[in-house]
Design a protein around this ligand. Structure first.
Ligand code: FAD
Ligand code: NAI
Length: 328
């Protein structure tokens, strides 16, 4: 029997690698500390329906990703989102239509990673604390003290600060990951009983604590009894308010929202806040993947390319390509 490859992280990068490796006939075993797949592309189930709190939509520019997205569309996992876009600068709100094609998972963002999980062996609720090598093979130790293995190779598909510790067996790669700064994002979801009197469905914001607003229910396939909105704070505001209580975050960002949206905003009947500690790499890189092919240890994720869904998916593909190349 072929010894499987371990993949740590069931976000889009890890599952992109998993799919490519399985397609090449390599068995994989995926581990994720979360209760489900998706990572920063996950959706939250709530009384206001499912909410995309992380990735809002994605664009496809690289030919390989464009082709992949077409396949996801054919699978029924993805549809185009055509929001009425606005731009807010210095408190001035202006319509900002453009020609960019934007994609979302349906009926929620996590539909894509959920689809990719088909036929993949996965352990959820399993946080890996250590990756170590025995005589011949790799083993993983989780935070409960259980060990998993043997594995022929390991692909680490988690944000850079979390990858650093898992890369301890290859100090060179660990040092590269340790040098990557990832910025946080505070996200707030608000639900209103009555429709807000604005045609806005998405808004890029400058000169505010807010960075982005989206009318979640304007995306295809979302069913919400409420007029639900997702607000993202800027990286700067999020850093400055990193330890603020969630109630306070909601109050402050809801206040900013009411100020800039240009219509009456009643008290929301639903509100939640979520802190993404490692939301995005502060700068893009062009590594594709970090690899110690002789040892069989690989690290991938958005932080190896661009801090976007496309970058994460491409990095997962690159990890699989490098790994398979070394098998030949
Ligand atoms: P992740 O999605 O972070 O996946 C890593 C996985 O590893 C997670 O599931 C995590 O639970 C797991 N994990 C971590 N440590 C361990 C461990 N020790 N053991 C086991 N499992 C572990 N991109 C866009 O293209 N468009 C957008 O509009 C957009 N908006 C965004 C808004 C926000 C608020 C955020 C946070 C991100 C946004 N992004 C957007 C970026 C996009 O979501 C990411 O680039 C992409 O999802 C990253 O995928 P990944 O697989 O590299 O990492
Ligand atoms: P994109 O092409 O829609 O947007 C890229 C950037 O161009 C936007 O951030 C915005 O500044 C500008 N822009 C695009 N269309 C605009 C319009 N019609 N009017 C005014 N400005 C416009 O998408 P892309 O390149 O795929 O980027 C993904 C998005 O995800 C970006 O908005 C990025 O900021 C966001 N993101 C947010 C993260 C977070 O943690 N909050 C993490 C990673 C990405």
């Amino acid at each position: 029997m072929t010894v499987p490859i371990a993949i740590i992280g069931a976000g889009i990068a890890g599952l992109s690698a998993a799919q490519a490796l399985q397609k090449a006939g390599q068995p994989v075993h995926v581990f994720d500390k979360g209760r489900g797949s998706g990572g920063r592309m996950a959706s939250k189930h709530s009384e206001a329906g499912s909410l995309d709190l992380g990735a809002q939509y994605f664009t496809a520019r690289d030919r390989r990703f464009v082709e992949q997205v077409q396949q996801w569309v054919a699978n029924g996992w993805v549809e185009q989102w055509k929001p009425q876009l606005y731009n807010s600068r210095d408190g001035q709100l202006t319509p900002s239509p453009d020609e960019q094609t934007r994609w979302v998972g349906i009926p929620r963002m996590s539909a894509i990673t959920r689809g990719l999980l088909k036929d993949v062996t996965v352990n959820f609720g399993c946080r890996i604390a250590e990756v170590f090598r025995g005589k011949q093979y790799w083993h993983l130790q989780d935070t409960e003290g259980c060990s998993h293995g043997p594995f022929s190779r390991v692909v680490i598909a988690v944000p850079a600060p979390q990858a650093t510790q898992l890369l301890a067996a290859t100090p060179k790669l660990a040092a590269v990951a340790a040098g990557v700064q990832m910025d946080p994002t505070w996200a707030v979801a608000l639900g209103f009983e009555t429709l807000l009197q604005t045609p806005m469905q998405g808004c890029f914001v400058q000169d505010s604590a807010l960075d982005w607003l989206a009318r979640n229910r304007s995306k295809p396939g979302r069913d919400s009894p409420l007029d639900t909105w997702v607000l993202h704070a800027t990286a700067d505001w999020s850093k400055q308010h990193i330890d603020l209580a969630k109630d306070e975050v909601i109050e402050q960002l809801c206040g900013e929202f009411a100020e800039l949206i240009g219509c009456v905003v009643p008290a929301p009947s639903f509100a939640l806040a979520h802190r993404w500690l490692y939301a995005r790499p502060a700068v893009n890189h062009e590594w594709g993947v970090l690899a110690d092919a002789d040892q069989g240890l690989y690290a991938c994720g958005d932080w190896c390319l661009s801090g976007r869904v496309e970058g994460a998916w491409l990095s997962g593909q690159e990890a699989a390509r490098r790994l398979l190349e070394h098998l030949e």
